[in-house]
Design a protein around this ligand. Structure first.
Ligand code: KMH
Ligand code: ZN
Length: 283
């Protein structure tokens, strides 16, 4: 593997994805959906060991939205409350338009997610056709936003290579990927698939992994053993253990940090993560 040599491999970058677009607030009251709830979550998760917050927002009825003014307010509020890297989702919900997803970047986050292909997503389809991927990537470069390449399937890795070959390196100069594993319709969330995906990544890339639902723990353990970083949060699982709902995003970050400590790769702090990923300090 060529991906474990980048600086930062002695520590673990932990991303929290606290909300997502799919979980239902009424069924999961611990899901942060208001700006105040997101700010409190950011504070708690930074204290627990996170360096990046992957943000989706919800409207007054807790439905997913990409309202630009609310995105801007959210970025500002999290920055005032924490030193976390603020990464906005450009995936949104499966119902969001490409134009609204492109406009997310106008909220001027530190970073954004950039999914490298279409994938079946449970009963839905998460659409990411090539022209949209290109346009989104070009816009990250224009606006100086550091993309994180979301890979739900092995074919997405091939598209990442194509993107980098065609348009060059990302803003920030470093390629960082997130393997999203165990989505019904995407790649499996197990150790063998982690190894296959990581072997296919571009030379010098760093990567984190997240396992959806019951893939959470196998993927954490496989990622740490293979030199990767971690993403956890209620976007990805609403069960802490079988029959035990997640009480807070912070407890998922605490558990990830504990595993990272046991692996003798303690959590990377946000200022270290900025240097690692090439994210500008907004102060
Ligand atoms: N909600 C999913 C359809 C991202 O944030 O970039 C897409 C998603 C990926 O969550
Ligand atoms: Zn997301």
């Amino acid at each position: 593997m060529t991906t474990n040599t980048h600086a930062g491999s002695g520590t673990t970058l932990i991303t929290v994805a606290p909300t997502g677009a799919e979980a239902d607030k009424a069924r999961h009251p611990a899901l942060p959906v208001t700006i105040d709830e997101l700010v409190a979550t950011a504070r708690e998760c930074e204290a627990a060991g996170a360096s990046i917050i992957h943000v989706h927002i919800r409207d007054a009825e807790a439905r997913p939205t990409l309202d630009l003014a609310q995105l801007k307010d959210t970025v500002q509020a999290i920055r005032e409350a924490s030193t976390l890297i603020v990464q906005l989702s450009t995936g949104g919900a499966v119902t969001d338009s490409y134009s609204d997803r492109l406009a997310v970047l106008d909220a001027a986050p530190d970073g954004c997610s950039l999914t490298c292909g279409t994938v079946n997503f449970g009963d839905d389809v998460f659409m990411n056709p090539w022209p949209f991927i290109r346009e989104l990537y070009e816009k990250t470069k224009e606006l100086h936003i550091v993309p994180e390449f979301e890979l739900f399937d092995l074919g997405h890795v091939a598209t990442l290579h194509r993107l980098l070959d065609d348009l060059g390196e990302p803003y920030g100069g470093h390629v960082h990927c997130d393997l999203v594993m165990g989505v019904p319709g995407g790649m499996a969330g197990d150790a063998a698939t982690v190894v296959k995906a990581v072997e296919a990544l571009p030379a010098g890339a760093s990567w984190s992994a997240t396992g959806i639902g019951r893939a959470t723990l196998p993927v954490i353990l496989a990622a740490l053993s293979a030199g990767g970083h971690l993403r956890v949060g209620m976007e990805d699982t609403i069960s802490y253990a079988r029959g035990r709902p997640v009480a807070s995003n912070a407890e998922l970050v605490q558990r990830a940090a504990m595993f990272a400590e046991l692996a003798q790769r303690p959590p990377m702090r946000p200022y270290q993560a900025r240097a690692f990923l090439g994210v500008e300090d907004y102060n």
